[in-house]
Design a protein around this ligand. Structure first.
Ligand SMILES: [Fe+2]
Length: 515
């Protein structure tokens, strides 16, 4: 054997490559929701699935080579050429798959990487199980020292018991993730809050001498399999009133009974509606997981009375956890449970396995509706996705064309009703030109004075594209910087002010009302 072969066949080298090869399918699988479709688009449908099984097979082969390095070293002397080829090919593929995983992680950008890494962490028990099986099948019998054997068996026993207990009981202290969001649904308020684990949700308040406890429930059955809770409360019950939110942790709802934990109740929140002659609304769009960076810009905007979220909280809603982290927690932090929030869905909230449940989770009937704020009115529109439904990125799971048409049918039913502003994620409203034309005609017909939008990740005021309807593009995250804005409504006009996370002003304009 030459020097290269000795290194290649060494127990250390074989073990390292076996571990890397075993971790490769885990990381590749963790990136499936965000990245695999791009491999399939570049090559052919099904390529990513085929590649996953190749990566998994490579892990098994690399494990077998590690076992040989420990147990059958005479093979290296008797067949050095064949063994060199076998080891070199496997190690080469292992290196390629590891590099591929790193490329997938980096190419997803800073907002996707944490999602992929959390997905990989969730798969860690499978990797541990694989390593345990390999260890006990191949290497444990080689350990002759009795104390070492007893210590290993004891450690594994403790780990198994601990794992079983943690599976049955959550280790986290049950609590609220943030203050609640009070969403204006157009017909009442939806108080939305998240807990650290699954459980029930309820809101308590007093109104006209009566005590109310309103649950997050469906036709009488209280929901308990979610971390996000939403409770609808009539406007008059909440306006200028105080309330608390509460939750009972539920480990498992049985058909008969349930296994539940403790019940928690929040501090009291004093809610003030936006109904004054002058109202200042905080506008935030396209924060794309950058909650803290957005807050840096928001800190320069001063006090506000309400919050307008213009969508694109995260790259997608693959899990409920992403909804909690990037929308519910963020909105709760900004509104503090004491002021109304108007939410406009971004195209990235239409993506991912959890996306179809977003409206239900937030307690919204629809993503297009109108909101009255004193003398002012917001017409909320939902631009849906920004590509054709047939685009391969949607995997046959998009039907936004028909949905956008419903949006437009609805906006055409609206009538003139005071000082009106449209809210829409996309500054171009809908990808279908005819639908956008109808929308602009309908909005200008009811004397809509401006549209507040996002999506483009820069701040601008477009007064030319749609004559009679100025379109404000709010800002959002771009290249590590953030622009947020505030919109002050008063009889004198619509004052737009935007600044970045360093406090530099990006916009300072006032638009007139059309009526
Ligand atoms: Fe967007």
């Amino acid at each position: 054997m030459n020097k290269f072969q000795r290194a290649l066949f060494s127990k250390t080298c074989a073990s390292v490559f076996a571990v890397l090869a075993a971790l490769a399918p885990l990381f590749f699988y963790a990136s499936r929701s965000n990245q695999h479709v791009f491999l399939d688009i570049a090559l052919f449908p099904g390529f990513s699935q085929m590649l996953f099984w190749l990566i998994a097979a490579n892990a098994v082969v690399a494990t077998a080579w590690a076992a040989l390095a420990f147990k059958k070293r005479d093979l290296f002397d008797s067949h050095p050429g064949a063994m060199t080829a076998a080891y070199a090919i496997t190690d080469f593929f292992t290196a390629v798959f590891c590099i591929l995983n790193i490329v997938l992680l980096i190419s997803g950008g800073e907002e996707t990487a944490p999602v992929v890494l959390r997905g990989a962490a969730g798969l860690a028990p499978y990797a541990l199980l694989y390593f345990a099986i390999v260890f006990f099948a191949l290497f444990f019998p080689e350990i002759k020292h009795k104390i070492a054997r007893v210590a290993i068996v004891s450690l594994v026993g403790v780990a198994l018991v601990l794992g079983a207990v943690l599976t049955v009981y959550s280790p986290a202290v049950y609590g609220f993730v943030s203050d609640p969001m009070v969403l204006d649904t157009g017909s009442d308020y939806s108080i939305v809050f998240a807990t650290t684990d699954e459980g029930t949700g309820f809101v308590e308040y007093e109104y006209e001498g009566e005590t109310y406890r309103v649950y997050d429930q469906k036709q009488g059955k209280i929901e308990s399999d979610s971390r996000v809770h939403s409770v609808r409360v009539p406007y008059e019950h909440l306006d200028n009133n105080s309330y608390t939110v509460g939750s009972m942790q539920v480990y498992e709802p049985y058909a008969y009974g349930s296994r539940s934990g403790k019940t928690i109740v929040s501090e009291e929140y004093a809610f003030t509606p936006c109904d004054g002659e002058t109202q200042t609304w905080l506008c935030v769009s396209d924060w794309h997981t950058r909650n803290d960076l957005a807050k840096d810009a928001i800190a320069f905007l001063g006090d506000y009375d309400g919050v307008i979220l213009l969508g694109d909280a995260s790259p997608d809603l693959g899990t409920e956890d992403e909804l909690v982290r990037y929308l519910v927690e963020f909105g709760g932090d900004l509104g503090g449970g004491t002021m109304p929030i108007v939410y406009t869905r971004g195209n990235h909230e239409t993506r991912g396995a959890y996306a179809p449940y977003l409206a239900d989770a937030l307690g919204l009937d629809e993503f297009y509706f109108e909101v009255k704020a004193g003398d002012y009115r917001f017409v909320v529109l939902d631009s849906g996705e920004d590509k054709e439904d047939s685009h391969p990125e949607y995997g046959g799971l998009a039907d936004f064309g028909a949905y956008r048409a419903e949006n437009v049918d609805w906006v055409e039913t609206l009538t003139e009703d005071g000082k009106t502003i449209a809210l829409c994620h996309s500054p171009r409203f809908f990808i279908e030109e005819d639908l956008t034309d109808r929308t602009i005609a309908a909005l200008t017909g009811i004397k809509t004075s401006a549209a507040l939008t996002g999506h483009w990740h820069y701040c601008d005021l477009d007064t030319e594209t749609y004559p009679g309807l100025p379109v404000f593009i709010d800002g959002g995250h771009k290249d590590g910087a953030f622009v947020a804005s505030r919109v002050t409504l008063s009889p004198g006009g619509i004052a737009l002010f935007a600044c970045d996370d360093g406090g530099a002003a990006m916009m300072d304009e006032t638009l007139p009302w059309l009526n």
